[in-house]
Design a protein around this ligand. Structure first.
Ligand code: ZN
Length: 297
């Protein structure tokens, strides 16, 4: 199963998070049937959201939302504190030719736009606090740089973010997916920062090491080089949506008696697709009949 770790180095002045997300990206692609470039973009955004979520405190649900002018139009990923992530894109099937270096043209499908980070809390105890929303313009469109820019501008945390998705032509279509985030805290030694910058500049691409079997811990080594670090937390992560048949029923029921009666008469049922995970819920005549009887009371 996919895994996320976090920890510190250099007396707590360096924080890191790293994750292998190969299964998560595979599941998202299977559900949304995304084109290769969109698959890479969605995998990077979901991985970045998990890493960012594990580093921020006081929220139940962290959402990263990209709204953009490029052909994909929008990408949304949502992570919970217990390691669940889900995500979707507005236009899953569009595709662009690869860039000159052979890489996916992720910035090409994103273009200009805004990068939002939304933190919500209080659900568990029945509170509905105003969500905290931070936003920055999209500076790169390659995703990792946009997470780093958000951290620097909105949270005042200089960081290095590496995210990658490697695809292949046969199932499972994702060969490797993962990422690492290094955050520089106040008081960090300049010499240590230089070592990290230098290590990352000369590091192999993370997807090539993940496809060779690297763990989340190996990704941290790839970014920190010779610097000692300690892992403080390790958790399993997975793609999981909180939709259910009961939720589909309550959403359709909320359309009102008249609308449900017409669905029963004209369509002999109703169908609802979850936008976040593409799960399809089918309500038959009996389900709608029961709904009408309940709402009549
Ligand atoms: Zn769902």
């Amino acid at each position: 199963m996919d895994k996320l770790i976090k920890g510190t180095a250099a007396d707590g002045t360096i924080r890191f998070m790293a994750a292998i997300t190969t299964e998560i990206t595979t599941e998202a692609i299977r559900r949304h049937q995304t084109s290769p470039t969109i698959s890479a973009a969605l995998g990077r955004v979901m991985t970045g959201t998990l890493l960012l979520g594990s580093s921020l405190k006081e929220f139940d649900r962290l959402t990263v939302k990209i709204e953009c002018e490029g052909a994909v139009k929008g990408i949304t990923a949502e992570a919970t504190t217990d390691g669940k992530v889900r995500g979707y894109v507005k236009n899953p099937h569009i595709e662009l030719p690869p860039k000159d270096n052979g890489k996916f043209d992720v910035s090409g499908i994103i273009g200009k736009g805004m990068f939002y980070v939304i933190r919500e809390s209080g659900f568990d105890i029945g509170l509905h606090r105003e969500p905290y929303v931070g936003s920055v313009p999209i500076v790169s469109g390659e995703i990792a740089e946009d997470f780093a820019y958000y951290l620097a501008k909105s949270e005042q945390i200089p960081s290095a973010v590496l995210l990658g998705v490697l695809l292949q032509n046969a199932e499972p279509f994702v060969k490797a997916s993962g990422g690492v985030m290094i955050q520089i805290m106040p008081g960090a030694n300049e010499h240590i920062i230089t070592i990290i910058e230098d290590t990352i500049a000369h590091a192999p691409h993370i997807t090539s090491v993940i496809s060779e079997g690297a763990s989340a811990e190996d990704l941290v080594k790839l970014a920190l080089g010779e610097i000692d670090f300690s892992i403080l937390e390790e958790r399993q992560i997975k793609f999981e949506c909180n939709c259910s048949f009961e939720r589909a029923v309550s959403l359709i029921s909320s359309l009102g008696h008249k609308e449900v009666a017409s669905m029963l008469k004209e369509d002999k049922g109703a169908q609802m697709t979850c936008g976040f995970c593409s799960e399809i819920y089918t309500l038959d005549e009996a389900d709608l009949q029961k709904m009408l009887e309940t709402s009549a009371n």
